[in-house]
Design a protein. Structure first.
Ligand SMILES: Nc1ncnc2c1ncn2[C@@H]1O[C@H](COP(=O)(O)OP(=O)(O)O)[C@@H](O)[C@H]1O
Ligand SMILES: [Mg+2]
Lengths: 250, 267
C-alpha cells in the first residue's frame, strides 16, 4: 500500500450551526490529479482550504507525508505552504494591480529572482494560456473567463509541487474549458505535480484525473479511479452522478 | 431556578462584554505591533510606502489647508471678541498659535485624515478580505500585514506630523487674516506674541500627538477592514460598509480620548 501525500482522517468542521465537514476521510497521492466532485455549497472549497491551512479543522487530523500538519513547527508549515499553490474559485486577483503585476506578484515577493527572469517566466505562462496584450489592463477590465486564466497563470508561475484548483473551468466556454483541462494535464505530465481539482465538468474532468472523490453531506461518499466510479453500484453514488450529468446542462 | 438566571444573566453579559473588549484591545495591540515591526523587515517596501505617502499625505494637503485656514480665521474672530472685553487683544497671536499647535492642529488634522484616508483604507482592506485577496496573499506565503498594513503605517507616521505642521502654519495665517487685516490688530504685535509665547515643548507636544494619532488611524481602520469577515451582522458589501463606518467612528472617538490622555500627561 503506497503512502498518501495528503490524508484527511475523520475531519470535522462547522461554522456556527452549519456542519460542513462531518468526518471526512480522503487520500491524495503524489503525482496524481484527484478530482473532488459534489454539490454546490457542499464544502468542497472548505476542504481545499484545509489542505493549504487557510482554515483549521475542529477535530480530526490532516497528515502530510504521514505527519500531522497541526504538529508541524512554523518553519515546516511555511515550507509546506511554499510547495503549494491555490487557485481560488472567485479568482482573488488583486484589483489594484495590473494583470502582469498580478501574475508576477508571487515571484516578486517571495523569491530573489532578477526582473528579467521574472519577466521570462511570466511571459512563458501568459503565452501558454493565450493571454496576449492585456499586460497593463486591470482585472475588472477582463471577462470572467479571462480572469480565470490569469488566476491559473498566477497559480502556475511558481512551478509548485502541489496545486489546488477550485473550479478552474466554471464559467468558461467549451473550447477554453478543454484548453484548461489540456493545460493542467500537460503540465502534470511534464512536471509531475500533485493536483487537487474541484470541478463540475463531468465527464470531461475524468479524462485528466487519476482519482475521483465524491463529497456529500460532509463525507467522502466514494473514492477511487474514474472507471470504478462509472461501475459503482452504490445507489447514492449512482443517483449523484446522474444528477450531476443533468445539472451539467444549465 | 428561573429567578436566579434573571439575576445572573446581566452580570454574565457584563462579564462577557468586558472580556470581549479586553481581548479586542489585545488583538488590536498585536495587530499594530506586528505591522510596525514589519516596516523594518527587508527588503524595505519603498515604492509602496511612497505611494501611500502620496495618498495619505500629498493628497490631503488641499483639504488640510482649507480646514486649517478656516479654523485659524474663526479662532481669530472668536479670540478677538473675547480678548477685547479684557482689553488685551494684543494676546490674540498667542491664543491662536497655542490652541492650534497644542490642540486643534493635531486633532483636526487627524480627524480630516481619518475621513479622507482612513475610511478609504478600511474599505480597501475590507474589499480585499471579502474577495479573498488576503487569503490569496497567505497562500502565496506573502505576509498580509507586511504587504498591506506596514506601508500605510510608515506613510502615516511620516505624513501626519507634516500635515499637522501645515495645518498650524495655515491656521496662524488665517488668524492673522481676521485678527490683523479685518479687525485691525497690528501684525507686528500678532506675530511677536506668537514668538514670545510658543515654546519648544508646545511644538514637541503637538508632534507627539500627531504621531500617536497616525498610529490610531492606521491601526483602527486597517484592523476593521482586515476582520470584516468576522462580523456577525453582515457579509459582503454590507460587511465592508459596516467596517468603514465603525473604522471612522472608532478612530475619531479614540483620537479625542487619546488627546485628553496625552494632554494630561504633557501638561
Ligand atoms: N468562512 C466561512 N464562514 C462561514 N461559513 C462558511 C465559510 N466558508 C464556507 N462557509 C459555508 O460552508 C458551506 C460550504 O461552502 P463551500 O465550501 O464554499 O461550498 P462549495 O462546495 O460550493 O465550494 C457553505 O454553506 C458556506 O456558507
Ligand atoms: Mg466552492
Amino acid at each position: 500500500m503506497r503512502e498518501p501525500l495528503i490524508q484527511f482522517k475523520n475531519v470535522f468542521k462547522r461554522f456556527g450551526d452549519n456542519h460542513v465537514l462531518n468526518g471526512t476521510d480522503l487520500s491524495i497521492y503524489k503525482g496524481e490529479i484527484t478530482t473532488i466532485i459534489g454539490k454546490s455549497g457542499g464544502g468542497k472549497s472548505v476542504l481545499l482550504k484545509h489542505i493549504i491551512g487557510l482554515l483549521e479543522q475542529d477535530s480530526g487530523t490532516i497528515l502530510f507525508e504521514g505527519r500531522p500538519v497541526s504538529d508541524m513547527k512554523k518553519a515546516e508549515r511555511k515550507a509546506l505552504k511554499r510547495k503549494c499553490s491555490y487557485m481560488f474559485q472567485g479568482t482573488a486577483l488583486f484589483d489594484s494591480l495590473t494583470i502582469y503585476e498580478n501574475i508576477a506578484l508571487p515571484l516578486k515577493e517571495t523569491t530573489s529572482l532578477s526582473d528579467s527572469e521574472i519577466n521570462r517566466r511570466v511571459r512563458d505562462k501568459m503565452d501558454q494560456l493565450d493571454l496576449h496584450g492585456i499586460d497593463d489592463k486591470y482585472p475588472s477590465q477582463l471577462s470572467g473567463g479571462m480572469k480565470k486564466r490569469v488566476a491559473l497563470a498566477r497559480a502556475l508561475v511558481t512551478d509548485p509541487e502541489i496545486i489546488l484548483f477550485d473550479e478552474p473551468t466554471t464559467g468558461l466556454d467549451p473550447i477554453r474549458k478543454k484548453a484548461v483541462h489540456e493545460m493542467i494535464s500537460d503540465y502534470q505530465q511534464k512536471f509531475g505535480f500533485t493536483g487537487v481539482v474541484v470541478s463540475h465538468d463531468i465527464p470531461d474532468i475524468f479524462h485528466i484525473s487519476q482519482r475521483v472523490a465524491m463529497l456529500n453531506d460532509g463525507r467522502i461518499l466514494f473514492e477511487g479511479n474514474p472507471v470504478q466510479l462509472a461501475q459503482a453500484s452504490d445507489p447514492d453514488v449512482k443517483e449523484f452522478i446522474q444528477g450531476l450529468y443533468i445539472n451539467d446542462g444549465n | 431556578m428561573l429567578r436566579l438566571s434573571i439575576l445572573i444573566s446581566p452580570i454574565t453579559a457584563l462579564g462577557r462584554g468586558a472580556t470581549f473588549i479586553v481581548q479586542e484591545m489585545g488583538r488590536i495591540a498585536m495587530f499594530f505591533l506586528r505591522s510596525f515591526a514589519l516596516i523594518f523587515s527587508r527588503p524595505f517596501q519603498i515604492n509602496k510606502t511612497t505611494q501611500q505617502i502620496y495618498f495619505i499625505g500629498a493628497k490631503s494637503v488641499f483639504v488640510i489647508c482649507l480646514t486649517g485656514a478656516f479654523t485659524g480665521m474663526v479662532l481669530g474672530l472668536q479670540g478677538y471678541y473675547t480678548l477685547v472685553k479684557f482689553g488685551s487683544t494684543g494676546f490674540l497671536g498667542a491664543a491662536v498659535a497655542l490652541s492650534l499647535i497644542r490642540e486643534l492642529g493635531p486633532v483636526l488634522t487627524a480627524i480630516m485624515v481619518t475621513g479622507r484616508a482612513g475610511s478609504a483604507m478600511a474599505a480597501e482592506v475590507g474589499i480585499m478580505r471579502i474577495s479573498e485577496e488576503i487569503d490569496a496573499l497567505e497562500t502565496m506565503d506573502i505576509n498580509p500585514l507586511r504587504f498591506l498594513v506596514s506601508p500605510k503605517l510608515a506613510a502615516a507616521l511620516i505624513s501626519m506630523p507634516l500635515l499637522t505642521a501645515l495645518f498650524d502654519v495655515v491656521g496662524i495665517l488665517g488668524g492673522y487674516l481676521t485678527g490683523s487685516l479685518l479687525l485691525g490688530i497690528s501684525p507686528g504685535v500678532y506675530f511677536m506674541r506668537i514668538e514670545t509665547s510658543v515654546i519648544m515643548d508646545d511644538v514637541t507636544g503637538g508632534f507627539i500627538k500627531s504621531v500617536v494619532f497616525a498610529v490610531v488611524i492606521v491601526t483602527i481602520c486597517c484592523f476593521q477592514g482586515y476582520f470584516t469577515h468576522t462580523r456577525a451582522e453582515g457579509f459582503g458589501a454590507k460587511g465592508v460598509s459596516l467596517s468603514t463606518t465603525s473604522a471612522v467612528v472608532i478612530s475619531c472617538v479614540l483620537i479625542l480620548i487619546t488627546d485628553y490622555v496625552l494632554t494630561s500627561f504633557l501638561l
